[in-house]
Design a protein around this ligand. Structure first.
Ligand code: ADP
Ligand code: MG
Length: 320
């Protein structure tokens, strides 16, 4: 029996070009959960985390647009709301799919707060894209209103917010217990609700923590056997988007770090995934995988995806 941590990317919940209706999200989650149920049936036990970038940005727009009739809620409260909303969808779909197979498996969602450093330099430089993509004209207008926007991997313009490093998962013990008891736990959604300590108090802070970095911290704390980051590309690439683009299949943490230093990975998209993978592998000596949702089964067997290990001799040939 193997314990793994799965970080579901935004496209596991919302596909590019979709509007984001509840039904669309549920349908995407059904496909994603189908893969997870298969993994469970083949003996894997899993902690599941997920992004919330599109959803939290959308909720913020709903708040902004309705501000003349209803007061805006803080960003961290929107993170909490989307963590609950997405967690509920994954939980319901998973449990229903298990029931169709005659299994009574509980998939508890743990509302998770993640402590960050109040003086993290990230608070003075926004890097985390949230919400939908807009054209340059719209973005420039928002910038004149004081917001920070940037181009996201040549896919359009997005609002960006501070993304401090995750320091401590406050609900770790209960997450561990639910994983042990049920074989599944859903936690640290959207990177966790960002909080800081203020004297004896713990209070929310305006930020969105990167879900891959928070997932890496959870993976280390749970000491899982593999940290699997599922996104919309089958591999991390070098020379991404150029004619000489190359898929990375197996890299060591040293290679990953030199590509990171050379700026090969998109800020706020692929770079935090590779960084998250490196941190997990360095701490545990185990493997991290970056791949697409479609490829998860093959990736776990070492057939596709970007595998990051601490040794160039790591055997990535498929096991039968
Ligand atoms: P997720 O919601 O899964 O976290 P992101 O959009 O944050 O997804 O990150 C995945 C995206 O990273 C890809 O769709 C791709 O556009 C972008 N990206 C940036 N740099 C690279 C790279 N070097 N290799 C592969 N993808 C990259
Ligand atoms: Mg992302």
């Amino acid at each position: 029996m193997s314990n793994i941590l799965i970080a579901l990317g935004g496209n596991a919940i919302l596909q590019p070009g979709q509007k984001g209706t509840y039904e669309e999200q549920l349908q995407n989650i059904s496909i994603s959960c189908g893969k997870l149920v298969k993994l469970y049936m083949s003996g894997y036990r899993m902690a599941i985390t997920h992004g919330n970038g599109p959803q939290v940005g959308n909720l913020l727009i709903q708040n902004q647009r309705a501000n003349d009739i209803l007061p805006m809620q803080p960003l961290y409260s929107c993170v909490a709301q989307t963590q609950g909303q997405i967690g509920f969808m994954i939980q319901s779909v998973l449990e229903n799919q298990f029931r169709l197979k005659g299994l009574e498996v509980h998939a508890p969602v743990i509302l998770t707060r993640v402590l960050v450093d109040a003086v993290d330099p990230a608070f003075s430089k926004s890097t985390k894209p949230i919400g939908p993509f807009f054209d340059e004209e719209y973005a420039k207008e928002k910038i004149t209103q004081g917001e920070t926007w940037m181009q996201d991997s040549n896919r359009g313009w997005r609002k960006v917010v501070p993304s401090p490093r995750p320091v401590k998962i406050l609900e770790l013990d209960i997450i561990r217990q639910t994983l042990d008891q049920n074989g599944i736990t859903i936690a640290v959604g959207g990177g966790g609700i960002p909080v800081i300590s203020k004297g004896e108090q713990v209070v929310g802070v305006e930020a969105v923590i990167d879900k891959d970095l928070a997932g890496s911290l959870l993976a280390r704390e749970l000491e899982v056997d593999a940290f699997v980051i599922l996104t919309d590309v089958a591999h991390a690439k070098i020379n991404y988007g150029q004619p000489n683009e190359v898929d990375l299949t197996h890299i060591t943490i040293e290679e990953a770090e030199s590509y990171l230093a050379a700026g090969q990975f998109g800020v706020g998209s692929m770079a935090p995934k590779v960084q998250a993978a490196v941190e997990f592998v360095r701490y545990t000596g185990k493997r991290a995988i970056i791949t697409s949702l479609e490829g998860i089964e093959a990736a776990i067997k070492g057939e596709i995806g970007t595998i990051i290990t601490n040794s160039p001799r790591y055997d990535v040939t498929p096991k039968s």
